[in-house]
Ligand binder design. Structure first.
Ligand SMILES: [Zn+2]
Length: 172
């Protein structure tokens, strides 16, 4: 793992910035404005569903949680239709909301993603695998609607990867 921020981290911070200057000429660095513009351009080259992921990327600072939630619900609706889920309308939305929470906060809340039990809140790991996540460090997906939630999370991750690939290409 490198310390360099990922395209995703760079995009999120670019949307929070007030420093929207550009550098031109040889040796110019990619600044916040470059990332924002690249994301705007990427939207034209991605399928319509990816536009929702793009909104999702920016939402923590710009558009707000509600927009993101609604985009994720629409995505879940498409999946439900395509794959013939038997969930009620309301439960498709609930599964979508849970998937979004998981996507935004993927670390296991018990061990903060470390994968080991923490001894009495001390910053010492016990060496025993965390019981909540079985050592994976990932937030466990609840049993109810498990497969549907996992499917929505996978869709969010796939779209994020596609968006990152296009933005990275534009910034080269
Ligand atoms: Zn854990």
């Amino acid at each position: 793992m490198s310390d360099k921020p990922s395209i995703h981290e760079r995009l999120v911070s670019a949307f929070a910035t007030r420093a929207l200057s550009l550098e031109v000429g040889p040796g110019a660095r990619c600044l916040d404005a470059d990332h924002v513009m690249a994301l705007g351009m990427a939207a034209h080259w991605l399928p319509p569903a990816a536009g929702e992921t793009i909104r999702l990327q920016a939402s923590s600072t710009q558009v707000g949680y509600r927009t993101t939630r609604n985009a994720t619900r629409r995505l879940a609706w498409r999946l439900a239709k395509m794959r013939g889920w038997t969930l009620s309308a309301r439960n498709v939305e609930r599964a979508a909301d849970l998937a979004l929470a998981h996507y935004m906060f993927p670390s296991c809340p018990e061990c903060s993603g470390r994968g080991f039990e923490v001894l009495d809140g001390a910053p010492v790991l016990s060496g025993r695998a965390c019981r909540a996540c079985h050592g994976s460090g990932k937030r466990p997906v609840q049993a109810r609607w498990h497969d549907e939630i996992v499917a929505v999370i996978a869709e969010l991750e796939t779209m994020t990867e596609r968006t990152e690939r296009v933005v990275r290409r534009l910034l080269r």
